[in-house]
Design a binder for this molecule. Structure first.
Ligand code: ZN
Length: 151
C-alpha cells in the first residue's frame, strides 16, 4: 500500500484523523445512508436545509481514511451553500475524480476539495472519495429510502 502514501496528502490525513462535523444532528431535515461495499465504508449524512440554504451538515459512520476525510471536508464546504451550489459542487467533484489523467476538469468551485484529484490514479479509491457526495445527492433530492450504494 506504499503507493497510497502519496495520495494521503497532509490535509486528507488531518481530516481522516480528526473528522470535522462528525456527529449526529438533531436539526437535520435531510438524511441519507451511503455504503461502499468494495471498501466497507458506511456513513449517515445529516443535512439541515433552511430556505434552500444548507445551514448544517454532519455525518457519522465508519470508513477508510479517504472516505472519512472526504465526508469531513464536504460537510465543511456545504455550510452556507444553496442546494443548487451543492449540486454544482457534487458535479465538479465527480468530474474531477473521474476525469482522465490528461484532462484538467473545471474545479473552480471546489477550493481545497481539489486535494482529492489525486484519487484518479487509484480507481478503487474514487468510490471512497465520492461516497459522501453520492449520499449528499440522495439526501438533498430524497431519491430513495434505501441506502445509497456505490455498486
Ligand atoms: Zn474506502
Amino acid at each position: 500500500m506504499s503507493d497510497l502514501r502519496d495520495l494521503y496528502q497532509e490535509v486528507i490525513l488531518d481530516h481522516s484523523k480528526n473528522p470535522r462535523n462528525f456527529r449526529k444532528s438533531e436539526t437535520a431535515n435531510r438524511t441519507a445512508v451511503g455504503y461502499n461495499p468494495l471498501c466497507g465504508d458506511k456513513m449517515t449524512l445529516f443535512i439541515t436545509v433552511e430556505n434552500g440554504i444548507v445551514t448544517d451538515a454532519s455525518f457519522q459512520g465508519s470508513g477508510c481514511a479517504i472516505s472519512t476525510a472526504s465526508a469531513s471536508m464536504m460537510t465543511e464546504s456545504l455550510k452556507g451553500k444553496s442546494e443548487e451550489e451543492a449540486d454544482e459542487l457534487f458535479r465538479q467533484f465527480q468530474n474531477m475524480v473521474t476525469a482522465p489523467m490528461d484532462q484538467e476538469p473545471d474545479t473552480e468551485a471546489l477550493g481545497k476539495l481539489r486535494v482529492f484529484a489525486g484519487v484518479r490514479e487509484f480507481p478503487a479509491r474514487v468510490k471512497c472519495a465520492s461516497l459522501a457526495w453520492h449520499t449528499l445527492e440522495a439526501a438533498i433530492h430524497g431519491e430513495s429510502e434505501e441506502p445509497v450504494s456505490t455498486e
